[in-house]
Design a protein around this ligand. Structure first.
Ligand SMILES: [Ca+2]
Length: 332
């Protein structure tokens, strides 16, 4: 350790244009030296750790533990180590003990705690979730921003409810676009019909992936068939329109025979997104759990995007879409 600090193996490496290219040719031993030399640049240290993790994950974890506990290393250098490990980990991977401790200790400097928490989210999603949840619910905007930094890196579908709660928080309003990107990826492909299932997860107007959109912006009639968990007599539909609203033209209910019966036809009032269009429906004599929405995409110029569709039954029940299919989606 001492000779690395004094001799500076970092200085023995010829300057190269890209840290990632530099480390490819190095052996595991050389990578360890580069990763732990105090004079190594942040980019080289990160690249060296990522490469070492690929070659020898156990050695990378051992070295990470040694450096993260070290008082010789600056907070910045330790943060780079934590970030490199966080980037390299996947679900179920062995997590260096130091990272787990740093992640859950509220006394840890944020520079270190955020990458440590990201590593915990990557490798132990369920264990990490309560810690991220606490941050996300903070009244301090800076803390919510830190939760968002960690949340946008979540790759586990179990994070969808937490992401949905967070994106709907007024305190996270400035982070909606980033959260929507991650949330859309976890649910399905952006703008697919799956994006209009479940509760609303796009609280602002915008061309963002947690809403459904058709393949092309103005392509005539497009149908969306939505199914709810429980059959009811439909009383009202609530459409959360997040981009170029006003294209809904018809609503039909599927009867037990398979036939369709018209519940509503008209011109939705255009307006400024995001808005709720809430037509009252004609009564059908039977209960149903499947509705068909017909969008006339020529009515309103641009993509007519829908975030969520709530069904209100005559019994007062309210449901979000359980599953859906569409004649067209941007993800096709
Ligand atoms: Ca949505």
């Amino acid at each position: 350790m001492q000779e690395w600090i004094e001799g500076g193996p970092g200085s023995s490496f010829a300057p190269l244009s890209s840290a990632s290219v530099t480390v490819i040719a190095l052996s595991a031993e050389e990578l360890k030296m580069l990763a732990s030399a105090p004079g190594t640049t942040a980019a080289e240290r990160r690249a060296a750790f990522a490469r070492l993790y690929t070659l020898d994950p156990a050695a990378a974890a051992t070295l990470a533990d040694r450096l993260l506990w070290s008082n010789v290393f600056s907070i910045d250098a330790r943060a780079v180590v934590a970030t490199a490990i966080a980037d390299s980990l996947s679900a179920g991977d062995e997590l260096p003990a130091s990272l787990r401790s740093l992640a859950i200790d509220v006394e840890t400097d944020w520079k270190l705690r955020l990458p440590a928490l990201s590593a915990l989210v990557s490798s132990r999603p369920s264990e990490a979730r309560p810690y991220v949840e606490v941050l996300a619910q903070s009244s301090d905007p800076a803390t919510v921003g830190r939760a968002v930094d960690v949340l946008v890196a979540a790759r586990d579908p179990s994070y969808v409810p937490l992401l949905t709660r967070t994106i709907n928080q007024p305190s996270a309003r400035s982070h909606v676009a980033r959260l929507a990107g991650s949330l859309a990826d976890l649910k399905d492909r952006s703008w697919s019909v799956v994006q209009l299932t479940g509760e609303p997860d796009l609280p602002i107007a915008g061309d963002l992936g947690t809403a459904w959109a058709s393949k092309s912006p103005d392509m005539g009639d497009v149908t969306i068939v939505v199914t709810y968990a429980i059959a009811v007599t439909p009383a009202q539909l609530r459409l959360h329109e997040t981009h170029n609203p006003g294209a809904l033209a018809r609503i039909d209910a599927q009867l037990p025979s398979g036939a369709w019966e018209r519940l509503w036809e008209g011109k939705a009032g255009a307006g400024t997104a995001p808005l709720w269009f809430e037509p009252l429906l004609d009564r059908v004599s039977v209960t149903t759990r499947t509705l068909r929405l017909t969008m006339d995409t020529n009515r309103v110029v641009g993509w007519n995007e829908i975030d969520a569709v709530q069904l209100i039954g005559t019994d007062g029940s309210r449901q979000w879409v359980q599953s859906a299919r569409a004649s067209s989606s941007y993800a096709d």
